[in-house]
Design a protein around this ligand. Structure first.
Ligand SMILES: Nc1ncnc2c1ncn2[C@@H]1O[C@H](COP(=O)(O)OP(=O)(O)O)[C@@H](O)[C@H]1O
Ligand SMILES: O=P(O)(O)OC[C@H]1O[C@](O)(COP(=O)(O)O)[C@@H](O)[C@@H]1O
Ligand SMILES: [Mg+2]
Length: 326
């Protein structure tokens, strides 16, 4: 059964709440199976600089509830180049590492895919990103916490919007994916949700705002994903102010607050389960897959498929938004 002896774990790309719970699960499961477990600091950057150290059970004590990542994270330019990846491989080999768990987002998986094609170190990916821009899993580690943070913030914005009869245009994170916008927008009763997966029709937005004004619905919330092709909250606000200068319009960009904080129960659960499954996968000799959870079951997706196929948003959601905000 045991195809590996020395495994390493790292976190890469944007941090996400629950990454610590995933690290803990990988370390403790690895030790349970008598593997040597190494931590790599700062993602691929630490592989290049050789910041690699042995981990024990107590290295991951008291972290399940903490946001951020105790292994730190980074975006690493050198890893895009073959020379950089070779240097990283040589460093891993110095420690005899024969299996790697990469906790990160789509970019990290692209890197892991290249690395595992070039060298004889199998990689297992765990989807750790607030954006949920990865196929092969119903949830990504950090998404639920980020959405709940956004919901809490938007609820507060609604209070002040209501007090002043204002339109608020709220920008949430999501570089290429609108899931945070969709989930937080529906959960807070937003009038419009704008996201990269769907072309923004600004006339439609303005027409709705005009209709709301006619029927004296004065509080309006528009949630925009930062990656919306129309240009984000400021751009939307510029158009609205031009066409409806009488509206009292404000912009609020939620920003990095969405990346921090104690992970929700869901994020801790999926991180723990995925971390455990990652070690299983390495031990049974499975190579270069992402561990996902689909319909509450662990599912393996080849790394290249996880990053290529974007999750699709069911158009019915937009109908729901429109009906419920009417
Ligand atoms: N196409 C690629 N080839 C090699 N390495 C990559 C590639 N894309 C991303 N990476 C590596 O993964 C790191 C994290 O990717 P990034 O897109 O910033 O974050 P995330 O993994 O959260 O999506 C990058 O800084 C880089 O080191
Ligand atoms: O913290 P940075 O480097 O400014 O990156 C911001 C980006 O990271 C994210 O928070 C998460 O994206 P990744 O998971 O791809 O790292 C995006 O929503 C956002 O666009
Ligand atoms: Mg990404």
């Amino acid at each position: 059964m045991k195809k590996v002896n020395n495994i390493a774990v790292l976190t890469s790309g944007g941090d996400a709440p629950g990454m610590n719970a995933a690290i803990r699960a990988v370390v403790r499961t690895g030790l349970y199976h008598h593997l040597n477990v190494f931590g790599v600091m700062y993602g691929y950057k630490g592989m290049l600089t050789g910041e690699i150290f042995p981990m024990e059970s107590k290295s991951v004590a008291n972290i399940i509830q903490r946001g951020g990542t105790v292994l730190k994270t980074a975006r690493c330019k050198e890893f895009y180049e073959a020379d950089g990846r070779k240097k990283a491989y040589e460093n891993l080999k110095k420690f005899g590492i024969d299996g790697l768990v990469v906790i990160g987002g789509d970019g990290s998986f692209k890197g892991a895919q290249k690395f595992s094609q070039e060298f004889d170190i199998p990689c297992i990916g765990l989807p750790g990103t607030i954006d949920k821009d990865i196929a092969g899993s119903d949830f990504t580690i950090g998404f639920d916490t980020a959405v709940n943070t956004a919901v809490e913030a938007i609820d507060k914005i609604r209070d002040t919007a209501d007090a002043h009869d204002r339109l608020f245009i709220i920008e949430v994170m999501g570089r290429d994916a609108g899931y945070i916008a969709l989930h937080s927008g529906i959960a807070t009763g937003a009038e419009h949700i704008l996201m990269p997966e769907r072309k923004t029709d600004i006339d439609d937005v303005i027409n709705d705002l005009m209709a709301n004004e006619r029927r004296q619905k004065m509080v309006n919330l528009i949630v925009v994903a930062e990656g919306d092709e129309f240009g984000g909250a400021n751009e939307v606000a510029r158009h609205v102010k031009e066409r409806m200068p009488q509206l009292d319009t404000r912009v609020c960009i939620l920003g990095h607050i969405q990346r921090g904080g104690s992970p929700t129960c869901i994020d801790r659960l999926i991180a723990s389960r995925m971390g455990y499954a990652a070690v299983d996968a390495l031990m049974e000799g499975t190579h270069n897959v992402m561990i996902g959870i689909v319909n509450n079951k662990i599912q393996y997706t080849p790394l290249d498929k996880a990053v290529k196929a974007k999750q699709k948003i069911d158009p019915e959601w937009f109908k729901i938004v429109k009906i419920l905000a009417s």
